[in-house]
Design a protein around this ligand. Sequence first.
Ligand SMILES: NC(=O)C1=CN([C@@H]2O[C@H](COP(=O)(O)OP(=O)(O)OC[C@H]3O[C@@H](n4cnc5c(N)ncnc54)[C@H](OP(=O)(O)O)[C@@H]3O)[C@@H](O)[C@H]2O)C=CC1
Ligand SMILES: O=C(O)CCC(=O)C(=O)O
Length: 432
Amino acid sequence: MPGQKDHANLFDDARSRLEEVFEAIHVHGDARERLKQPNLAMQVSVPVRMDDGSLRVFPGWRVQYNNTLGPAKGGIRFHPDVSQEEVTTLSFWMAVKCAVVDLPYGGGKGGVKVDPKRLSKLELERLSRGYVRAIADIMGPDRDIPAPDVNTNPMVMGWMADEFDHLARGKVPAAITGKPPALGGSLGRVAATGRGALHVLDLWASREGRKPEETTLAIQGFGNAAYHFARLAHERGYRIVAVSDSQGAIYSRDGLAPDPIMEQKTQHQRLHEMVYCDDSVCIAENVEKLERDELLSLEVDILVLAALENQVHEHNVDQVQAGAVLEIANGPVTSYADEQLEARRVPVLPDVLANTGGVIVSYYEWVQNRSGERWAEEEVNARLAERLEYQSRLVLERAEREEISYRKAAYRQGIERIADAIQLRGNCQDSE
Ligand SMILES: NC(=O)C1=CN([C@@H]2O[C@H](COP(=O)(O)OP(=O)(O)OC[C@H]3O[C@@H](n4cnc5c(N)ncnc54)[C@H](OP(=O)(O)O)[C@@H]3O)[C@@H](O)[C@H]2O)C=CC1
Ligand SMILES: O=C(O)CCC(=O)C(=O)O
């Protein structure tokens, strides 16, 4: 059964979305060729001295995908299933998404094949520093700027930034984003992916005449992106009826409160092991435990996918009963499943637009680091809202005008910008 572990053909599947764009808009032949493969894929070995004195070597990758618009930009993932194929695909999506929201960046992504939940804090720090030493030659504020992704966070970015400074013999804060604020991280970055996704959902919902308090959400995943989205959506009045993590899901038709869930998840690690309601805590009355993937087939207004790629695929797309899908994860719907949803007229707010809040605020962090400024959180949030509302409106209006899905509209917007830049750089031979 296809799933997150199954990365075979992930890149071909992702890249197939380019074909539709090439048929629909004029893209110079040379630009088409340039867009089909990464600029650089680096494989590294990261040796780590474990606490028991043994040495383990973890494979890792950093991939840069088309740097025409600017330096490569994108997160670093620590996960046992990471592969070069996955990292390449994620870097492709980064290139598209940065262009969709008009950032001066190409795509980048990194990963280490490791289960970080099995490492001590010191082992995790050695791994993070070792990975930076391995890829330092291709990093830098004008070359490639890493950031957090699955299982990496501000603490990991802080270690990585410190290691890069040691190697550079100076302070280079703009070489990594998503750092803790004390090390030059931008205020607002931690919540930015979830906040951005909520802006996109709100904009779409208001155009559809849909009110938050009449809208139910089921959210797959309860990590950084999902939690902050859930918290802000709950504040806004949306009713969250289900959430899941890698081990299970919980459901309450009365609605779930994200903050107490997060407090308990921090303590118990698994949603299925929490206390749902007693004298001291209540995340909701009437909580039911579900199998993890049962969440995907709940009858809700919006299915929010905020975990990993390939979650909705040919074997389960028929079971999706949600009225619409919001993609906060990268690539959570395969291209086959996407076509099925489109045929059933289930709107999908696509990853390359809906999850751009994180990289947008990473860009603001880079700008602040380069100019020596520190912006207030309100300013960061206001700039994020303004950019996302403007770029999202362009995508939604294009979809309506050209009678295409939101994903196709977003891809056309992004690829058009990259292709124009490739041609303006003057290194294309005009063969058409
Ligand atoms: N962080 C960011 O700024 C950005 C993240 N993204 C994307 O958002 C997604 C989530 O990233 P992020 O929140 O940072 O990662 P985290 O590591 O913080 O959280 C991932 C969450 O997904 C859960 N999960 C993993 N597998 C499954 C599964 N099969 N079913 C249900 N839940 C599952 C994990 O469960 P458990 O808690 O049990 O481990 C965890 O709660 C990724 O696709 C990432 O690329 C996109 C843009 C920016
Ligand atoms: O903040 C960034 O630079 C990138 C975040 C990321 O990895 C993503 O958008 O998938």
